[in-house]
Each structure stands twice: as structure tokens, then as C-alpha cells.
Design a protein around this ligand. Structure first.
Ligand SMILES: [Zn+2]
Length: 129
């Protein structure tokens, strides 16, 4: 079985790609939350129906259209925001679930960042001479 971290990572891949409306909305939620905003999601509808002369309330039902967003936000709660980061490589900015101290979405992006920092230093050094 997948852990919440793995499930959240899979959802973040979807958010980064932003193909579905739900993924786009989750990306907006995440960005807003990280910026300190409060987000509202209409989580439940109450359903009533008649049984003879009695009015009966059904179990509160999730609205199917937002189930995906609710699941995403629940995973965020379980995993914790300190674990969710944005890749620091300029031009990437992908969201990911970080291991300790991880700053880049992939090892390749970490390497590319180090290389670009090194290259900038080389250029600066040459200009200074
Ligand atoms: Zn990246």
C-alpha cells in the first residue's frame, strides 16, 4: 500500500503537469496556502429525502466534483507543509515531497543548479581579471 507521502508525491506530479481541472485547482490551493492564504472548499452537501411522512437526512455526502481536491488537501494535512517544497532550479519550480534538506525535484535538477552556479562563478572570475 502507498503511504500518504507517496500518494501526495503522485498528486504533486499531476499538479506540476496541470492537465486536469482538479490538478490545476489543487495547484492554486497549494500556492495560496503556501502564501499564507485561507482556501475554501465546499466540502459537503446535506441530502434529505422523504420516507412516508418522515423527512430523513442522509449521511452527508461528498460532492464528487471536489473529492479530488479534498483528498489532495487531506494528504497535505497528513504529510505536513514542511515536507512540500518547490524546486529551486530557475525555470522549474515543480512541487515535490522533500526528503531531509532536499531542495530540488530531482537529482538532475540539483546537479544542473550546482553546474550553473559554478559556471557563473567561472565567468565572474574571468571578468574580474
Ligand atoms: Zn526541478
Amino acid at each position: 500500500m502507498q503511504s500518504d507521502r507517496e500518494r501526495l508525491q503522485a498528486r504533486l506530479v499531476g499538479v506540476n503537469e496541470g492537465k486536469s481541472t482538479a490538478d490545476k485547482r489543487c495547484g492554486q490551493f497549494l500556492a495560496a496556502i503556501m502564501n499564507g492564504a485561507t482556501v475554501g472548499v465546499g466540502v459537503r452537501v446535506m441530502k434529505f429525502h422523504r420516507e412516508g411522512d418522515r423527512l430523513v437526512m442522509d449521511a452527508q455526502a461528498e460532492i464528487p466534483e471536489i473529492a479530488s481536491e479534498v483528498e489532495f488537501l487531506t494528504l497535505l494535512m497528513n504529510v505536513g507543509l514542511d515536507r512540500v517544497r518547490r524546486c529551486l532550479l530557475p525555470g522549474c519550480g515543480n512541487w515535490f515531497v522533500a526528503s531531509k534538506g532536499q531542495k530540488f525535484c530531482t537529482l538532475q535538477h540539483g546537479n544542473r543548479y550546482s553546474y550553473e552556479v559554478w559556471r557563473k562563478r567561472q565567468k565572474k572570475g574571468r571578468r574580474g581579471r
